[in-house]
Design a protein around this ligand. Structure first.
Ligand SMILES: NC(=O)c1ccc[n+]([C@@H]2O[C@H](COP(=O)([O-])OP(=O)(O)OC[C@H]3O[C@@H](n4cnc5c(N)ncnc54)[C@H](O)[C@@H]3O)[C@@H](O)[C@H]2O)c1
Length: 273
């Protein structure tokens, strides 16, 4: 057994787990032995132009993990609500006794012709979900991690846009850059409890978010392609599993001395741009 297999006895909370990367993370961590608590808004948000996950999607993640032999509990919860995030943490503790891992993965995307043309409510919603939502998830879960007394691992899903530029989606980039600062601060503050905090920074991932955006905003996606915002390696989109493999490493004992880092899974995107 490598240190990568060793999530037996660990409990992982995953936000935005009804589909896409969150679902893939749930299946991957369950496959490595972790018990999973998954949550998702599973409902539309007015300012988001593509369809978010549904309660059927959330149920499908739960069933897929069970069919694969994993243990999982789930609930609808909005990362913008501290009460919802506390309810998710409570579910994890009541169901499985503890929390060892948090994947703050929930997120939305949006494009405008340019950043100064972003509507006020679209800007605010982006910051509320993608930045404040990750903080609220951490705030709800960390007390149980500390109480558990065995340390922990938090992985915040940022983006290459958290480390580079994001033309036409400056609110997304601002939120993701904010996550880098949140990660640094939490890594510093939680080190005494042996709670590690890192970000993953994916390039484009073949998820329902990407598919939804290209359907509702084809003109912006065309502009994006025209500007050659492509990867250095010869791959247009990564698969969710590519990100899950990095997350699995970060939460495992193989990364027990890794904290405060940004981990681009970007096919060389940041080197190119
Ligand atoms: N797809 C990409 O190209 C890409 C690239 C880099 C980073 N990311 C980031 O990866 C993460 C996962 O995205 P994905 O690609 O799997 O997209 P996705 O849309 O398939 O999954 C995101 C999930 O978050 C949920 N969600 C949205 N708002 C929520 C809220 N307020 N509360 C709870 N859940 C909420 C959605 O319902 C959805 O199930 C996001 O943070 C995203 O910003 C995506």
């Amino acid at each position: 057994m490598t240190s990568l297999d060793g999530l037996d006895g660990k409990v992982a909370v995953i936000t935005g787990g009804a589909r896409g990367q969150g679902r893939s993370h749930a299946l991957t961590l369950a496959g490595a032995g972790a018990k999973i608590v998954v949550c998702d808004i599973a409902a539309p948000i007015d300012e988001v132009q593509y369809a978010l996950a549904t309660s059927d999607d959330l149920e499908e993640t739960i069933q897929l993990v069970k069919e694969a032999g994993g243990e999982i509990a789930g609930m609808q919860a909005d990362v913008r609500s501290s009460a919802d995030m506390r309810a998710v943490a409570d579910l994890a503790v009541s169901q499985f006794g503890r929390i060892d891992i948090l994947l703050a993965n929930a997120g939305i995307h949006d494009h405008a012709e340019s950043t100064i043309e972003i509507e006020d409510d679209a800007w605010q919603t982006m910051l509320d979900v993608n930045l404040t939502g990750a903080w609220k998830a951490c705030k709800a879960v960390v007390p149980a991690m500390i109480e558990g007394g065995r340390g922990g691992s938090i992985v915040i899903t940022s983006s290459v846009d958290g480390l580079g530029v994001s033309p036409s989606w400056g609110h997304y980039g601002a939120a993701k850059h904010g996550l880098q600062g949140l990660k640094d601060t939490l890594a510093f503050e939680l080190a005494d409890y042996n709670i590690r905090v890192n970000t993953v920074n994916p390039t484009g991932v073949n998820s329902p978010m990407a598919a939804g955006l290209s359907k509702v905003l084809p003109h912006v996606v065309r502009k994006w392609k025209h500007n050659d915002r492509t990867n250095l390696l010869d791959v247009m989109m990564l698969e969710p599993q590519d990100i899950s493999d990095a997350v699995l490493w970060l939460v495992s004992d193989a990364a027990k001395y890794v904290t405060g880092i940004d981990l681009p899974i970007d096919a060389g995107y940041l080197t190119k741009h």
